[in-house]
Design a protein around this ligand. Structure first.
Ligand code: HEM
Length: 146
């Protein structure tokens, strides 16, 4: 990581307000709405019938927060993301059996939310740093798959 990349990633995550809908659930709920096949893993979450149901589903909001907190661990361990996500990767692979192609879909939703939040501060350089961070996260989550 360059100094700029480190500072950018930390700055983006420092702006996350977990009680605010924007980050708490909008990345995850956007993923469920835009890529509806991802809903199949959340059968226990109740009503995911349409965008309105997904948006007002408290389990979706709660899980959105869990995912963001998982990502925050990566931010705190930027030099060791692969090891940080070993257990999480095993969980998604062996227990949850999530198709790993879905990870970047959630990452793309996150990038859209961050871009909307930062506005003109989401420069090409910031975008590149964020995309690199997402790529490392996704490759770490894929690592325990076989
Ligand atoms: C659970 C993180 C992507 C499906 C979790 C948990 C975390 C997490 C921290 C909780 C683990 C625990 O309870 O110990 C992430 C991160 C992702 C990601 C950082 C990518 C950036 C996905 C995707 C899917 C998925 C794309 C499916 C399309 C699930 C499911 C659970 C889960 C089904 C269990 C939910 C429950 O029943 O409570 N994830 N996840 N995850 N994740 Fe992911």
């Amino acid at each position: 990581w360059t100094d700029f990349e480190r500072a950018t990633i930390k700055d983006i995550f420092s702006k996350i307000d977990y009680e605010c809908n924007l980050f708490k659930c909008s990345c995850f709920l956007r993923c469920l709405i835009v890529y509806p096949w991802t809903q199949r893993y959340f059968a226990g979450f109740g009503n995911l019938y349409n965008a309105a149901a997904i948006t007002s589903n408290p389990k979706v909001a709660a899980h959105g927060k869990v995912v963001m907190q998982g990502l925050e661990k990566a931010v705190k361990n930027m030099d060791n993301i692969k090891a940080t996500f070993t257990e999480l990767s095993t969980l998604h692979s062996e227990k949850l059996q999530v198709d790993p192609d879905n990870f970047m879909l959630l990452g793309d939703c996150l990038a859209i939310v961050v871009a909307a939040q930062l506005g003109k501060d989401f420069t090409p350089e910031v975008h590149a740093a964020f995309q690199k961070f997402l790529a490392v996260v996704v490759s770490s989550l894929r690592r325990q798959y076989y």
